[in-house]
Ligand binder design. Structure first.
Ligand SMILES: Cc1cc2nc3c(=O)[nH]c(=O)nc-3n(C[C@H](O)[C@H](O)[C@H](O)COP(=O)(O)OP(=O)(O)OC[C@H]3O[C@@H](n4cnc5c(N)ncnc54)[C@H](O)[C@@H]3O)c2cc1C
Length: 351
């Protein structure tokens, strides 16, 4: 693993990634080729905490860059752990070389599991192939050859399966999302499947329950990394602002909450260090609580940052304004704030 300063040097100008539909592909390719996303994968001796540290640092500079790194890194881990022999032998090396980008498109699967809505993507077996139809309302890193991981449902048996596909395949169309509040360079949009045909090579070799039980803690920890990275930048900016005086007590309290979340995050990263020794069924509650608390704190801190910085922070191009808008993304990125609150309350009522 190369050192973090090198990774930070690769981060593009955040005012561009905030507002313009440029894309972050080159950044992701360079970051990946330099060996930055391998930590915590099966062949790496570096622990997942290194990935956490990377995403945290990236987010302190640019949430867009941290978010697309999370998506590419998680997709690579799904293939590394559960890919078919074809995916592991042919596609994983491309992902790890930065030659192909990954996209995790599991929001609909998470909503389906929580009981909020039925998975809108279906599969049928036809002549030894899987025929896929439906829509992924939101996904990111959508480049022409991106490898997307998603879940689909057999409409008769209600069986769920996890698939990978390449966006260049026939039967797929992408509608880019434009004019977002922030994160405009994340190549986000809607993916539609109309008669997509996939062979067995593109089916992940894992049952859906085990996949989520094993992957969700890691997914949530690395999402918490970008929430906490954004918060650290906001806290520093707020504390050093000329107008910080009246907010001293509040900032002290927010700093304490931040320090507490960092301790919880580090302890959970430590717990995830030895993947092989972890049980197939894991309690998601501490990870869900951390992710919710980290998102809520980021928004609280960015509000105080704006109040401390004052009117100049209200210009769209000011980094304070960018962080306020970026922090609001944390409530709508799956698992959304609504689904986190709902699932945490369900788990607590069962305890
Ligand atoms: C820029 C951008 C990029 C994105 N990129 C990706 C990506 O790469 N991959 C990906 O998977 N997704 C991505 N998403 C999608 C995102 O993860 C969410 O799925 C999406 O924003 C959720 O929208 P929703 O309206 O369904 O919100 P939800 O919060 O799911 O639903 C809205 C309402 O339902 C309520 N609600 C939520 N859960 C429950 C429940 N269990 N029971 C009852 N009520 C509930 C909430 O309180 C809320 O009122 C992206 C979104 C954006 C904006």
């Amino acid at each position: 693993m190369s050192n973090l300063a090198t990774a930070l040097d690769l981060v593009p100008d955040s005012s561009t990634t905030d507002t313009q539909p440029e894309n972050l592909r080159e950044f992701l390719s360079e970051l990946t080729a330099a060996g930055f996303i391998d930590a915590g994968l099966s062949q790496s001796s570096a622990p997942i905490a290194k990935s956490g540290e990377l995403i945290h640092e990236l987010a302190s500079k640019c949430l867009s860059s941290a978010f697309v790194t999370w998506s590419h890194r998680m997709t690579s881990e799904y293939i590394d752990r559960f890919g078919s022999p074809f995916l592991r032998e042919q596609r994983l090396p491309q992902l790890l070389a930065g030659e192909r980008i990954g996209s995790t498109a599991l929001a609909t699967a998470l909503a389906d599991r929580s009981g909020k809505e039925l998975l809108p993507i279906t599969f049928e077996r036809v002549d030894g192939q899987y025929l896929i139809n439906g829509v992924i309302p939101w996904a990111s890193n959508l480049y022409s050859d991106t490898l997307v991981v998603f879940a689909a449902r057999e409409p008769n048996t209600q069986e769920r399966k996890l698939f990978a596909t390449e966006l260049s395949f026939a039967g797929i169309s992408v509608k880019p999302a434009e004019g977002l509040l922030a994160l405009n360079a994340t190549a986000s949009g809607t993916v539609k499947f109309e008669g997509l045909q996939l062979s067995e090579d593109y089916v992940l070799d894992v049952v859906v329950d085990e996949f989520f039980s094993r992957m969700r803690p890691r997914f949530l920890l690395l999402q918490s990394a970008f929430c906490l990275g954004l918060t650290s930048a906001s806290l520093e900016s707020a504390k050093s602002a000329n107008g910080a005086g009246p907010f001293a007590t509040e900032l002290e309290d927010l700093q304490e909450q931040f320090d507490d979340l960092i301790s919880r995050w580090e302890a959970l990263l430590q717990k995830q260090e030895d993947f092989a020794s972890l049980p197939a069924t894991q309690d998601p509650l501490p990870y869900l609580e951390l992710r919710l608390a980290a998102a809520v704190l980021a928004q609280a801190v960015s509000r105080v940052e704006l109040a401390s910085v004052g009117g100049r922070g209200y210009f769209v191009a000011n980094p304070t304004s960018r962080r306020v808008r970026e922090s609001l993304f944390l409530s709508v990125q799956a698992p959304t704030e609504g689904s986190l609150r709902w699932e945490i309350s369900q788990l607590k009522s069962l305890a």
